[in-house]
Ligand binder design. Sequence first.
Ligand code: GUN
Length: 298
Amino acid sequence: MTAKIIKGKPVADRMQAGITEATAQIEAKYGFRPGLATVLVGDNPASHQYVRMKRNRCKEVGIESFGHELPADATQEAVEGLVRKLGADPEVNGILVQLPLPGHLDEEAVLSAIPLHKDVDGFHPVNIGRLAMKGRKPLFVPCTPAGAILLLEEAGATFEGAEAVVLGRSNIVGLPAALLLIHRNATVTVCHSRTKNLPEVCRKADILIAAVGRAEMVKADWVKPGAYVIDVGSNQVEDPGSAKGYKWVGDVAFDEVKEVAGAITPSPGGVGPMTIAGLLQNTLRAAEIAIERGEIPA
Ligand code: GUN
C-alpha cells in the first residue's frame, strides 16, 4: 500500500485566498489594514529567514508588517519595552517575537508582555494555560500544531478514540499538539528523549505527529499500517550529490514510511506552508478583535 500524500500548499493557498478577501473587506469598511509586528533579536540566520518569509506572505494577503530588529546583546528591558510599545500601538494587531531568543533573555517575561489579544503565536502563558485546561478557550492557538491538526482533518482522520502519539514535547509544537489532540478526544502519548521502547510506542499510533528535529528518525517499522503520519521536522543534512551540498528532510524516513502509512505529509511541503497561513489567519482574527474592542487606527 502506498500512502495518500498530504500536501500543505493547496490548503495554505486556500486559507490565504480567504484571508486576502477578508483583509480587503476590513480596509474597505474600516479604512485600515490588519498589522503584524515582528520582533527579531540577534542574528540567527534561520530566524532571519523565517521572519523574512512571514513578512513576505503578509504582503501577499494585504496585511501590513512592521519589522523590528534588536542586537543579540539587547537587554531584557529593551526587548520588553519594545513589546509593550507595540502592545499599545493601534496599528499593530498582532505581535510575533521570533524564538529562540538569545540565552540571556527571559523568554517567559518577554512573551508575557504581549497583550493577550495581540498574541498571534499563541505563546503567551495565559493562552497556553487556557489551551491546557478543560472548558477554557485560548484567544489564539500556536500556528504549527494547529496546521498539523488541520491537515489531519483535511485527510479525513478520525480523532475520537484514536491512539495518537506525539514525538517531542516542545512548547512550540509537541506540547500544544498533544493538547489539541486531547481536545479532540484522542488518547494521547507524548514521547521524548527518555521514552523507552520508542518504536514500539509509535507502532500503536493511529495518528503519529513527529516533531523532534532528528533527521529521518521514524522508520517504516515504527509505523502502524494505515496510520496518519504528520512530519513537522525540518532538518538540513549533507547531500554531496546536489549543487548546494545539502538538502532538507523531515523527522520521518518518507520513502519507506509512505509504503506503510495510510496518509503522510512530506517535508518539505507538508506542515511548513501551514505555519505561516495560520499566523496570517490569527493576525486577521486579531484585527477583528481590535474592531470588536473599538480600537480602530485613526
Ligand atoms: N521559532 C520556531 N517556530 C516559531 C514560531 O512558530 N513562532 C515564533 N515566534 N518563533 C518560532
